[in-house]
Design a protein around this ligand. Structure first.
Ligand code: F3S
Length: 415
């Protein structure tokens, strides 16, 4: 199958739109050839990953500056994945000045390319929200899974350079999840287990553990699968973002169909193969993920993926009037924090001793070696906290982690 380019795409490739457009089209043409795409399709939204200086290093910084110097300009709405620092509050989080300088250079280069420098893995909560059926080019794995499976937009999981290339050209090669016949489910997952909503407002950790079970089962089958998940009573946005982050981390899943959630779930026949998740399996998995006891925790993080305003409101409600003595970060998009500021949630949370880290996260921030044991409700943070930052992990529900933070302080006060 040969690749056909439109006149404007050919002109970009020939360098008529400048260096950055040529480089971008070269990246996309190379991808199209690898995946046997026969054309490019327009995208309406881009999300670029690979933003933290911790991941990019000097070579990545140089690439982004070269693209900015080469006249690269985003043609479509483009936002970024979390940066290595909270650009407005990095000193308070103890980030090295040299690191902050390099991170600012990266964000400046993106801004020169008309990229909106809000840095979040939940772009759909920060104004970058495609609609059903829209073709987009997103890079963050949890957001890709959310866009395909919850919103019903269409994206492959892009790398940092290919996402930036799509921002600059406004197109992506048509292959993979952009094609309807590649979006068919090929395995049923029957879930008879249920989250216990009576003890927990938001069952984020339960959905994270479920994502890990299904993701690992799919990995074991060693073929790329698109599961159709049946039997769940429903799920909130927060539970779905946790589930998406987990199933993408442990199973490389870019699209699932969930009955009652995924807009396309009824379009396809149910596949015959069935994987069953029996009652109690998710709690067992959650227990197995809790490597250590709570007394060893020296760092608490909530916000992987970035917290919604509903989660922040709940945390403010739970922390009001308490003080917390361990290092505790709330990670969220700056735009979400601004709503929190406006509502007074930030003041309540900060008064308790908890810090906001906006537009960054506990995985891409340069904190390896600073803390040893991470408490989190995120299955994805369990994986990367250990793999990237060598943290021991205390995995538990949102409520249990808040209880841990509060009880700590209460115990000290009464001693
Ligand atoms: Fe987001 Fe960082 Fe977690 S990018 S999904 S908070 S690892």
């Amino acid at each position: 199958m040969s690749l056909e380019l439109t006149q404007i795409e050919q002109n970009m490739l020939a360098g008529e739109h400048g260096f950055a457009a040529r480089k971008s089209m070269e990246i996309l043409v190379a991808l199209a050839k690898i995946y046997a795409a026969d054309r490019m399709i327009p995208v309406s939204s881009v999300q670029v990953a690979g933003v933290s200086y911790d991941n990019l290093g000097d070579a990545g910084l140089e690439f982004i500056e070269t693209m900015a110097d080469g006249g690269g300009k985003a043609r479509v709405l483009t936002t970024l994945n979390p940066a290595g620092i909270d650009i407005q509050d990095w000193q308070r989080l103890g980030v090295d000045e040299q690191f902050a300088k390099k991170q600012k250079q990266i964000l400046t280069a993106f801004a020169r390319m008309n990229v909106i420098t809000t840095c979040t893995c939940t772009p759909y909560l920060a104004g970058n929200l495609p609609h059903y059926g829209e073709h987009i080019a997103w890079a963050e794995s949890s957001a890709v899974c959310y866009a395909n499976s919850v919103i019903g937009a269409k994206t492959n999981r892009e790398g940092g350079p290919s996402a930036l290339a799509s921002a600059i050209t406004g197109v992506t090669p048509q292959y993979g999840l952009h094609l309807t016949h590649h979006r068919k489910p090929d395995l049923c997952v029957e879930v008879t287990d249920k989250p216990d909503h009576s003890s927990e407002q938001l069952a984020t950790s339960w959905f994270g553990a479920l994502g890990k079970i299904i993701g690992q089962e799919l990995e074991r089958k060693a073929a790329k699968h698109i599961p159709l998940i049946r039997g769940l009573p429903g799920a909130s946005l927060e539970e779905l973002k946790s589930f998406c982050a987990s199933i993408a981390t442990y199973g490389g899943v870019g699209l699932f169909h969930m009955e009652g959630i995924t807009p396309e779930a009824d379009l396809f026949e149910h596949p015959p193969d069935i994987l069953r998740i029996e009652a109690g399996a998710v709690d067992q998995m959650a227990e197995a993920m809790r490597q250590i006891t709570s007394t060893e925790v020296d760092f608490i993080n909530l916000g992987c993926p970035h917290l919604s305003i509903k989660e922040i409101a709940y945390i403010a409600h739970r922390l009001e009037g308490h003080s917390v003595n361990r290092e505790f970060w709330i990670t969220t998009a700056r735009t979400t924090k601004q709503i929190s500021d406006m509502m007074g949630y930030t003041q309540i949370i900060e008064r308790s001793g908890v810090k906001f880290a906006a537009d960054t996260c506990c995985i891409v921030a340069p904190i390896k070696g600073k803390y040893h044991t991470l408490a989190t409700d995120s299955a994805k943070a369990c994986y990367y906290g250990y793999a990237k930052n060598a943290f021991d992990i205390y995995f538990n529900s949102l409520d249990d982690i808040l209880n841990l933070a509060i009880q700590d302080a209460n115990r000290e006060q009464s001693a």
